[in-house]
Design a protein around this ligand. Structure first.
Ligand SMILES: O=C(O)CCC(=O)C(=O)O
Ligand SMILES: [Fe+2]
Length: 310
């Protein structure tokens, strides 16, 4: 059965079709290559907050209209802190090409959490896809938090974790000698950063379990073996199938996800095909949660939760 629902009351009625229980909705009849008016942007933003991952089939974007689309929703970052952009004319675009090295994303991750202000969201465009294989899945970190037993929620609320891009990107950084312009300066070092394990979404006040196997390396203040055990528990809980939606790609698909409360995983099972994607990430803010914003954060959470349907 498909469930059709509509964006909130201010909407002129974009039809969205939910794809799974906890996240993911398909949006039809929107041409993302045309300039988007303010109302449509507001409707799509509302849909993103509700559904966290929006799938747009049959789009005809090129690099310039991809950048224009991203600019309608925020400020694009550089392609990546470390990896080179696909073309100097489009420093915002990161190309993922399975025929080149450095294209594997077969680990659950939230994009670029190894910096102080990870991206708000990512907009991924499928240019060429295989006949089969190369599906991408997303998991909902809010569902992951909400389905933890209460004592584990209380434990997670107080924790801080380290996020580190060294394993994935140190060799590229060494080879290139420097990264890209990121947060106002050239990115030159991969130092671990701290984020709260429970993040309060800055627009909805909802809590998510903000750790990911891609970049979260340790729980602050824990013995390494205890940290490993707790992270493994969180990681397997996040990836429970009930928390996920899986997408089989067609070329022309565009997917826009909220990077503040989701993780994703690209299957590394493409054989004898080229799979080519372009991604743009939007500038985000510093994660806040009970562990780093105390009473102020909790008051803000209550305020936001009162305003937004939970
Ligand atoms: O290739 C994909 O489907 C997703 C790759 C990825 O992790 C990303 O675009 O952030
Ligand atoms: Fe990613």
């Amino acid at each position: 059965m498909t469930i059709i629902d509509f964006a909130p009351a201010t909407s002129r009625g974009i039809a969205v079709e939910r794809q799974a229980s906890t996240l993911g909705a398909q949006v039809r009849d929107v041409d993302l290559s045309a300039p988007l008016d303010d109302q449509l942007v507001a409707d799509l933003r509302a849909a993103l907050l509700t559904h966290k991952v929006l799938f747009f089939p049959d789009q005809e974007l090129d690099p310039a209209s991809h950048v224009a689309l991203a600019e309608a929703f925020g400020t694009p970052t550089a392609a990546h802190p470390v990896m080179p952009p696909y073309d100097d004319r489009y420093p915002q675009i990161w190309q993922i090409d399975n025929t080149k090295t450095g294209a594997r994303n077969d680990i659950w991750h939230t994009d670029v959490t190894f910096v102080q202000r990870p991206p708000l969201g990512s907009i991924l465009r499928a240019i060429q896809v295989p006949d089969f294989g190369g599906d991408t899945s997303w998991a909902c970190l809010e569902a992951a938090y909400n389905s933890l037993p209460t004592p584990l929620q209380r434990l997670a609320d107080g924790l801080t974790a380290f996020h580190d891009g060294t394993n994935e990107f140190a060799s590229t950084l060494t080879q290139r000698g420097h990264g890209n312009d990121w947060e106002g300066q050239t990115y030159t070092r991969l130092d671990a950063v701290e984020h709260p394990v429970v993040r309060i979404h800055p627009e909805t006040g909802r809590k998510s379990l903000f750790v990911n196997p891609g970049f979260t390396t340790a729980i602050k203040g824990f013995e390494p073996s205890d940290s490993r055990a707790l992270l493994d528990l969180f990681f397997s809980h996040i990836a429970r199938p009930e928390h996920t939606v899986r997408h089989r790609w067609n070329s022309g698909d565009v997917v826009f996800w909220d990077n503040r409360n989701t993780v994703h995983y690209a299957n590394d099972d493409v054989v004898d095909f080229q799979r080519l994607m372009h991604r743009i990430t939007l500038t985000g803010d510093e994660p806040h949660g009970p562990a780093n914003s105390g009473n102020q954060g909790l008051a803000r959470e209550r305020h936001l939760r009162g305003r937004f349907p939970q």
